[in-house]
Design a protein around this ligand. Structure first.
Ligand SMILES: [Zn+2]
Length: 280
């Protein structure tokens, strides 16, 4: 993962490995963490004042040390405060607190990084797009799920996203019904009668129409894989991975359905226009 993605997308309290940003002096004293010549990467974030996604540039980069050292092993935690500002309005700021941990056991050097604070909170990715895909009630569920995900509360995020799939599954089945052949229609009807969401998906998942796939990926199959586990005995971390998959697959699926409908409307309009021009 790179630093830009880490700052833009990763929730709090989740360790990540970041490639290619560290410089360590030969004696293993701390060198210039993040203090690369070219500065920190610019971020693409939503600005409340510009009411658009804009470029944010680094304006502050401070660090505080905390080290532990023994004869053959040392761990160093460096706390960094990063401040970003919107390039468009030069007034809206984004703050991060992160820990960079350097762990050296005499043989191997490991580096990982974690966000411990962020203000304002992590934004819903592509919020304007998501709003178009969900009604008000479902968007609230999505927002709660995303808030849990942002704080690494995996079990909570998983439960909210699962509820969202339960809310949307009949709508998805109806759309599959409309766009599928007679075999698919039969399966969609059968699935509609089933009460359990996972079983509904199980019935139809291998028959999803090509046009509702994303880059050849069967999003319904992905949803099924992530939903067909119980919450029992799963850790927050395990649920977080599943929750992220559910969110991604569901959004892709709803987006494809929406695009499909828009195409149909456009085609209907073109044919409508042609029919009208024939009449003249
Ligand atoms: Zn701005």
């Amino acid at each position: 993962m790179n630093l830009k993605d880490f700052l833009e997308k990763v929730p709090l309290y989740k360790w990540e490995n970041i490639n290619g940003i560290v410089y360590i002096e030969p004696n293993y004293a701390i060198g210039a963490f993040f203090d690369q010549k070219e500065g920190l990467p610019a971020l693409s974030l939503y600005c409340n004042k510009c009411e658009d996604r804009t470029t944010f540039n680094e304006i502050e980069n401070k660090r505080f040390f905390d080290r532990f050292k023994s004869k053959d092993h040392f761990i160093i935690n460096i706390i960094k405060q990063l401040e970003y500002e919107c390039k468009g309005c030069s007034s809206i700021k984004q703050q991060y607190f992160i820990i960079v941990q350097l762990n050296y056991n005499g043989v191997e050097l490991k580096l990982k990084i974690m966000k411990i604070g962020q203000y304002p909170e992590l934004q819903i990715l592509n919020e304007t797009e998501i709003i178009k895909l969900l009604d008000k009630k479902d968007f609230e569920i999505y927002r709660k799920g995303f808030r849990c995900e942002s704080s690494s509360f995996g079990i909570g995020a998983y439960a909210y996203y699962r509820q969202l799939v339960e809310d949307k599954i009949d709508y998805i089945l109806d759309e599959i019904y409309k766009s599928g052949d007679s075999d698919i229609k039969k399966l969609a009807e059968k699935a509609r009668l089933e009460k359990n969401t996972t079983k509904k998906i199980e019935i139809i998942k291998d028959k999803i129409p090509e046009k509702l796939k994303s880059g050849g990926q069967n999003t319904l199959g992905l949803l099924h894989d992530s939903l067909s586990i119980g919450l029992h005995n799963w850790t927050d971390e395990e649920c977080l991975t599943k929750a992220e998959k559910i969110r991604t697959a569901l959004v892709l699926l709803l987006k494809n359905i929406r695009e499909e409908k828009e195409d149909e409307r456009e085609i209907a309009k073109v044919f409508g226009d042609l029919a009208n021009s024939d009449k003249k």
